[in-house]
Design a protein around this ligand. Structure first.
Ligand code: PHE
Length: 461
């Protein structure tokens, strides 16, 4: 690991982000970007939305969205970050200026930063649930649980703001501490441990799933496409999730890209990260559905799938105590490395104002923590208070980000990279790519991505 840049990471300098601290290797970047991508989206959300939308056909559409929209957009975001070599807002401004366009394009970066900040507020609340469940799993396990007791455990957690506040605070503190230490000494170090550990945990869980009677059924459920079960809404959900799971539209990849050394291929790295993210989602699906099916349970339980159905299953199987602990470790690790990536874009922006990284990290995390308190109160004391379209505070933030900010920012990124930035600029940033691959990327970004995203966006409204 190169450590030449470590000491000067704390404040902005004219040399841009690369001069302050670059990822020390290709692997470091891939692990960090995969850590960002693999999160609650893969382990909590993907399995339950797949179950809600009938299984295989939904998975197929989702894979399609990853390939056609997700990968081109990820390449675009990383490219903007690396070329701009600055915070997301400034990176967009710099690229616009270099192409003779208005600096107002910086707004695309800013809207991504706002999205990541707002997501962090409620992501941390769910991250807190994950730590709480790790604690439950380790202290008492779920043995002897019934549908009622397991439901009650979750409902009681949601009804208890003080307990949730404790876990939410702990989670946010873990996130802020890492970001405060910077790219090399913080993020890289932590993901270097979390990611391999996560893969091992996941393998163990899939291997266990393989030994159960539900394995066959889980494969059928995930990979047998029955299009009669897929609604238009399901297609929209698949696209929205492709964005969320690849961390797109939140400036996160722009922020990470700004520390990427020039010799690393953006396309290769993006494809690899997308494949790893998809693999994790599918493996988590196989593991979870095997366990659920082999215990005669139903997967279509919505968001409660991993906090109710899965613990219930762990309570019924031999070795369930240990498996439960492993599973919630996996969940906490996944959420942690993602939340780090959610905090990084706002922190880079705060650092633009000549504020040191540690201070910026605690300002950003502190603000998100405060709003997070409103989120957790919306499950109990404030549950009658509604914002956007009769939604609770928690649901409003989810809706505002996932259905409005992410697609809009994604659209902005595609139009910006495809139409606004000069072709020579983007070509120069993808030097070790063949002409045909470059042109394919540009074609997808100019025509396919904006069209599909617009269709989804309008339908969502
Ligand atoms: N990709 C993460 C997930 O699937 C969410 C996330 C988005 C994390 C943006 C970081 C930045 O859970």
């Amino acid at each position: 690991m190169s450590s030449e840049t470590m000491s000067s990471e704390t404040t902005q300098s004219p040399g841009g982000h690369l001069a302050q601290g670059a990822w020390s290797s290709r692997l470091a970047f891939i692990l960090a970007a995969t850590g960002s991508a693999v999160g609650l989206g893969n382990i909590w959300k993907f399995p339950y939305i797949t179950a809600e939308n009938g299984g295989g056909a939904f998975v197929l559409i989702y894979l399609f969205c990853i390939a056609l929209i997700g990968i081109p957009l990820m390449v675009a975001e990383v490219l903007v970050g690396r070329r701009g070599n600055s915070s997301p807002t400034e990176s967009f401004q710099i690229l616009a200026k270099n192409s003779g366009r208005s600096e107002k394009w910086g707004l695309v970066g800013t809207s991504g930063i706002i999205a990541s900040f707002l997501i962090l507020t409620f992501y941390s609340v769910i991250g807190g649930w994950a730590i709480a469940y790790l604690y439950y799993a380790a202290s008492s396990g779920f043995t002897g649980s019934t549908v009622e007791t397991i439901g009650k455990l979750f409902d009681e957690l949601l009804a208890d703001p003080m307990t949730m506040l404790g876990w939410h605070s702990l989670f946010m503190l873990l996130v802020a501490t890492v970001v405060a230490r910077g790219i090399n000494r913080g993020i890289e170090k932590v993901v270097g441990v979390l990611m391999p550990a996560m893969f091992i945990l996941l393998m163990v869980l899939v291997a266990y799933g393989f030994t159960t009677t539900g394995f066959q059924q889980s494969l059928q459920f995930l990979f047998q496409a029955d299009f009669s079960k897929l609604s238009t809404e399901g297609i929209l959900t698949a696209l929205g999730h492709a964005f969320f799971t690849l961390s797109l539209g939140m400036s996160a990849m722009v922020a990470y890209g700004s520390y990427l050394p020039r010799h690393i291929s953006i396309i290769q790295a993006s494809v690899l990260v997308s494949i790893l993210d998809t693999l994790v989602a599918l493996m988590a699906g196989v593991a979870i559905f095997s366990i659920v099916f082999s215990n005669g349970l139903e997967p279509g339980q919505g968001p409660g799938l991993i906090f109710k159905t899965v613990p219930l299953a762990f309570g019924q199987i031999t070795g369930g105590y240990l498996l439960g602990i492993l599973f919630f470790f996996l969940l906490v690790f996944a959420a942690w490395s993602s939340a780090i990536a959610l905090l990084e874009p706002p922190v880079e922006r705060i650092m633009d104002k000549n504020i040191s990284r540690p201070r910026a990290a605690f300002i950003g995390a502190g603000a998100a923590w405060l709003i997070g308190i409103a989120c957790l109160l919306s499950f109990n004391y404030w549950d009658t208070f509604t914002l956007i379209g009769e939604r609770s505070i928690f649901d409003s933030l989810d809706y505002l980000t996932a259905n409005i900010l992410l697609p809009l920012t994604g659209l902005g990124v595609a139009i910006f990279c495809g139409w606004i930035v000069k072709q020579s600029e983007t070509r120069d940033e993808l030097p070790n790519t063949t002409d045909s691959l470059y042109l394919l990327w540009r074609f997808l970004l100019r025509y396919i991505v904006p069209t599909l995203v617009l269709i989804v966006f309008i339908n969502n409204l």
